[in-house]
Write a new protein. Structure first.
Lengths: 83, 498, 212
C-alpha cells in the first residue's frame, strides 16, 4: 500500500494534467475565441440605451456614443432597470 | 432640441424597446411565472418560520430556563430546525425560484416541462415539513446539515430537486442562444452537484470518523456547490443588467467558475482540523481552502470593476443595494474562511462563536441578501406591477443591514475571547462561558432586528401578491407604451419626436 | 462555451474527484483501523442513551474529540490523557465529534464524572450545580414527585440550588437513565498501540493517524 500522501499527490497531479489538457484542447478548438461576446447575452438594447439617473454627463455621453440616443427611464420610482 | 430643455430632461428618440427582445423576455417570464411565484411564496414563509426558530434558539442560549418543559422546544432541536428551515426552506426555495426565472431568460426560450418544476417545488416543501417536524419530534439523523430523517423526509428533496433540475436541463437543451452565459453554468452545475452530494452525505453505511468526513464533505459542499453557485449566478445577471454594462472580464468569470468547483469541493475537512482524521485529508482541505482565494478574487474583481464609478446606482436600485452588499460579503466571508482554515488561526477559532458568526456572514450577508435583491427585481416583472412602497424597502434594507452588524460583530469578538480563554488550560469553564455571554446577547439583539426586517419584507411581498395599488402611482414598467403621469407631463417630450 | 456536454463532463469530473479523494479512498483504508480490545461496544442501554444524546442535539454545544496536545490545550485542560484516534469512534454511528464548545468536551466525561447523582441533577437543571451555566434544562426527562411517595428500591435524587420545591425529588425516566449510562461509558483513555500515535506535527505526512 502506497503511503497515502503519495497517492494523493499522484492522483492530484494526474487529474491536474488531464484538466490542463482539456483546457488546452478547448482553447485550440476555438471555444474561447468570441468570449467577450458571451458577456452580452443577458443584455438587451434597452439595457444599454435607457438612461440611468446615477450616471454623470460623461458616462451618459459615452453611452450615447456606443449605443445611440437614450430612452426615457422606465419608471421614475424604484429603479429596477428596463425589463 | 436639447438646447431648449432643462439639462435634467432626457430626450426620447425611439420607441422604448426592441420588440424581439421584449417578446423573448415576456415569453420567458410567462413560462416561469407560475413556478417562480410559488417558490418565492414558500421561501418567504420559511424565512419567517426560520426566523422564529432562530430567535428561540438565540434567546435560549442566554435564558436557558425559558420554555424547557417540552422536548420539542429544547435548544438542540430548535437550533437544528432553524438551520434546516433557513438553508433548505428559505434559501433553497428562493434559489429554485430564481433559477427557473433566470434560465429561460438566458437561453431565450420558454421553460420546458414547467409542471415538473412545479411538482418538484411541492415535493421539496413536503420534505421540508416532514423534516422539520421530524427534527422537533426527536428523529434527527444526528449529522449537522443532514438532520432531516434520511428515509422519510430526504427522498422528497432528491425527487423535488431532481424534477426542477429536469425542467431546467430540458430548457437548456433546447436553448436558442449560441453561447451559455456564466449564470447558466453556475445554475446547471449546482443542480447536478446537489443531488449527488446530498445522496452521498445521507448514505447510511458510514460510521465513526468516516461518517464525520462524509458529513463535512457534504455540509461544506452544500455551501460551496449549491448555495454559492446559484447566488453568484444571480449576482452575475443582475449587476450588469441594472448597470447597463457587461461584466468587466468574462475570462475572469470562466476562471472563477472552474476554480470554484475544483477547490471548493475539497474544503470539507477544514471543519475537522485537529480532529481524529488522517493528516493528509485535513491538509488537503486546508490547501484547497487557501486556493479559494483565486475564485473569490476573480468574482470580487469582476464585480467591483463592473460597478466601478457607478456606486451611485445603489441609491436608486434596491436590487443592487442588496446584491452588492451580498457580493462584498461573499468576498469578506471567503477571505475570513481562508484564514480560519490555517491551523494557527483555527487553533483559536475552532469550536467558538467565531465559526457561528462566519457561517452567518456567509448564509445571511451573502446568500440571503442576494436572494432579497433577486426577489425585489423579479416579482414586479412577474406580477406586472411595481413594489408598493419605497419606504418599506428602505426599512427592510436598513433593519437587516444594521441587524447583521449588531449580530456579527459582538458574536465574533465574543468568539475570539472564548477561543483565547479555551486555549488557556488554566481558565475555568465559567470564564469561557462568561466570555461568550455578551456576544450571545448581542446576537439576540441583532437577530431581533433581522426578524423585524423579515416581517417588513414578508408584509411587502404579501401586499405585492395581493395587488395593492402602488401608492406612488408608479406604472408597471414592462409595458411597451408607458402611461404618462401628471408628474411626467411637465417634462415629457413627445415620444417618437426626432 | 457552446458545448454543453463539455460543461457537464467537467462538472461531474469535479464532484467525482472530490468524492473519490474525501470519501472513497478513506473508505477503502478504513478497514485497517483495528478494533481496540479495551473498547467494548455500547450496551443496549448505552446505545439508547446515545440516541437520546443525538435527539436532544447535545452535539451542538459539546464536542467529543481531544485534539493534538502539541498545538492545543485539550489535554492540558484534563479532557484526556491523549488525543483521540479513529479507533475510539469505531462503534459511533453517527459520529458526534461536534464543532462547537459552548460546553466542555465529553469524550472522556465518564472518567471525569462517574457520579450518576451528578449527571441526573445536572441534566434536570444545570444551574442547580453551576449558577453560571447556560446549558438547557431537561426537566421533561424526569418526573417530579414527593419524596414520601418514593418506594424502597426506587431511585430518586434531590436537587440543590433551589431548583426544586422542598420535599420533592426527581425520578429519572428510562431515557434519562440511558443517557447517563451513555455518558458514563464515554471513556477513551486506554493506551493506543505504537504506530497509531496521533500527531499533526509533521504536516509532510510522516506520522499519520491510524490509517496508513
Amino acid at each position: 500500500m502506497l503511503p497515502s500522501s503519495l497517492t494523493v499527490m499522484l492522483a492530484i497531479t494526474i487529474l491536474g494534467l488531464l484538466t490542463v489538457a482539456a483546457f488546452g484542447w478547448a482553447w485550440l478548438k476555438g471555444h474561447f475565441d468570441r468570449i467577450n461576446q458571451q458577456a452580452l447575452i443577458p443584455m438587451d438594447d434597452d439595457d444599454f440605451t435607457v438612461a440611468r439617473p446615477w450616471e454623470n454627463a460623461s458616462q451618459r455621453a459615452q453611452r450615447v456614443e456606443e449605443f445611440g440616443p437614450p430612452h426615457r427611464p422606465a419608471t421614475p420610482g424604484i429603479w429596477g432597470g428596463t425589463q | 432640441m436639447s438646447a431648449t430643455l432643462p439639462s435634467r430632461v432626457i430626450e426620447y428618440a425611439k420607441p422604448i424597446t426592441d420588440m424581439d427582445n421584449l417578446d423573448i423576455r415576456l415569453r420567458a417570464d410567462a413560462s416561469s411565472r407560475q413556478v417562480a411565484l410559488r417558490a418565492f411564496a414558500f421561501a418567504v414563509v420559511w424565512l419567517i418560520v426560520g426566523s422564529v426558530f432562530g430567535m428561540l434558539a438565540s434567546l435560549k442560549l442566554h435564558m436557558p430556563d425559558w420554555l424547557v418543559s417540552n422536548a420539542a422546544l429544547t435548544f438542540g432541536r430548535i437550533r437544528s430546525a432553524h438551520l434546516n428551515a433557513m438553508a433548505y426552506g428559505w434559501a433553497s426555495s428562493a434559489m429554485l425560484g430564481v433559477s427557473v426565472w433566470i434560465i429561460p431568460r438566458l437561453v431565450h426560450t420558454e421553460l420546458r416541462v414547467p409542471r415538473a418544476a412545479e411538482a418538484g417545488l411541492y415535493f421539496w416543501n413536503i420534505g421540508m415539513v416532514l423534516g422539520i417536524v421530524g427534527i422537533l419530534a426527536g428523529y434527527s439523523d444526528g449529522l449537522e446539515w443532514l438532520e432531516m430523517p434520511r428515509y422519510w423526509a430526504d427522498p422528497f428533496f432528491v425527487i423535488g430537486g431532481g424534477l426542477v433540475g429536469l425542467s431546467l436541463l430540458s430548457t437548456i437543451a433546447v436553448r436558442e442562444v449560441e453561447h451559455l452565459y456564466v449564470s447558466v453554468w453556475y445554475i446547471m452545475a449546482a443542480f447536478i452537484w446537489f443531488p449527488i452530494i446530498f445522496v452521498v452525505g445521507n448514505w447510511p453505511t458510514f460510521s465513526g470518523v468516516e461518517s464525520a468526513a462524509v458529513n463535512w464533505f457534504y455540509a461544506h459542499n452544500a455551501l460551496g456547490l449549491w448555495l454559492t453557485p446559484v447566488c453568484l449566478a444571480a449576482a452575475y445577471y443582475f449587476i450588469p443588467k441594472i448597470l447597463g454594462r457587461p461584466i468587466y472580464s468574462y475570462q475572469l468569470s470562466l476562471l472563477g467558475f472552474w476554480t470554484l468547483g475544483f477547490f471548493y469541493s475539497l474544503n470539507g475537512m477544514h471543519h475537522l482540523i485537529g480532529g481524529p482524521l488522517p493528516t493528509w485529508m485535513i491538509t488537503t482541505s486546508i490547501v484547497a481552502s487557501g486556493l479559494m482565494i483565486i475564485p473569490v478574487m476573480a468574482v470580487g474583481v469582476n464585480q467591483h470593476m463592473t460597478l466601478n464609478k457607478r456606486f451611485g446606482a445603489l441609491r436608486y436600485s434596491p436590487t443592487l443595494r442588496f446584491i452588492v452588499f451580498g457580493s462584498v460579503a461573499y468576498t469578506l466571508v471567503s477571505l475570513q474562511g481562508v484564514f480560519m482554515a490555517f491551523r494557527e488561526v483555527n487553533r483559536l477559532t475552532h469550536f467558538t462563536n467565531v465559526t457561528v458568526a462566519h457561517a452567518h456572514l456567509g448564509l445571511y450577508s451573502f446568500v440571503t441578501m442576494i436572494m432579497f435583491g433577486s426577489i425585489y427585481y423579479i416579482l414586479p416583472r412577474l406580477l406586472g406591477r411595481e413594489w408598493v412602497s419605497e419606504r418599506l424597502i428602505s426599512w427592510h434594507f436598513w433593519t437587516v443591514a444594521i441587524g447583521q452588524i449588531v449580530y456579527l460583530v459582538p458574536l465574533t469578538v465574543a468568539g475570539m475571547v472564548q477561543g483565547v480563554a479555551m486555549a488557556d488550560p488554566t481558565s475555568t469553564w465559567e470564564q469561557v462561558v462568561k466570555a461568550m455571554l455578551p456576544g450571545l446577547i448581542g446576537r439576540s439583539v441583532g437577530g431581533t432586528l433581522l426578524t423585524i426586517g423579515h416581517c417588513v419584507f414578508a408584509y411587502h411581498v404579501f401586499l405585492m401578491f395581493r395587488g395593492s395599488r402602488s401608492r406612488q402611482g408608479l406604472q408597471p414598467f414592462h409595458e411597451v407604451a408607458p402611461i404618462i403621469t401628471r408628474r411626467d407631463k411637465a417634462t415629457f417630450v413627445a415620444r417618437g419626436a426626432a | 462555451m457552446t458545448r454543453i456536454w463539455l460543461l457537464l463532463i467537467g462538472v461531474l469530473a469535479i464532484i467525482v474527484f472530490a468524492t473519490s479523494l474525501l470519501v472513497v479512498i478513506p473508505n477503502t483504508m478504513i478497514g485497517n483501523v483495528r478494533v481496540p480490545k479495551q473498547l467494548a461496544p455500547y450496551t443496549p442501554q448505552e446505545a439508547r442513551g446515545r440516541e437520546v444524546y443525538v435527539a436532544e442535539g447535545c452535539v451542538y454545544c459539546h464536542s467529543q474529540q481531544v485534539r493534538d496536545p502539541v498545538y492545543t490545550s485539550d489535554k492540558a485542560r484534563g479532557w484526556g490523557p491523549r488525543a483521540t484516534v479513529p479507533a475510539d469512534y469505531i462503534y459511533d454511528k453517527p459520529h458526534q465529534l461536534g464543532t462547537m464548545r459552548t460546553g466542555p468536551d465529553l469524550i472522556n466525561i465518564g472518567v471525569r464524572q462517574p457520579s450518576e447523582q451528578w449527571h441526573h441533577t445536572h441534566l434536570f437543571n444545570p444551574r442547580s450545580l453551576m449558577a453560571w451555566s447556560i446549558m438547557p434544562a431537561f426537566p421533561y426527562l424526569y418526573t417530579v414527585r414527593d419524596s414520601s411517595s418514593i418506594k424502597p428500591g426506587e431511585i430518586s435524587y434531590s436537587v440543590a440550588g433551589g431548583k426544586l420545591p422542598p420535599g420533592k425529588v426527581i425520578v429519572p425516566s428510562p431515557d434519562a437513565d440511558a443517557l447517563v449510562a451513555y455518558l458514563k461509558s464515554l471513556k477513551r483513555t486506554y493506551p493506543v498501540p505504537i504506530g497509531d500515535e496521533p500527531t499533526e506535527r509533521s504536516i509532510g505526512g510522516r506520522s499519520e493517524h491510524t490509517m496508513p
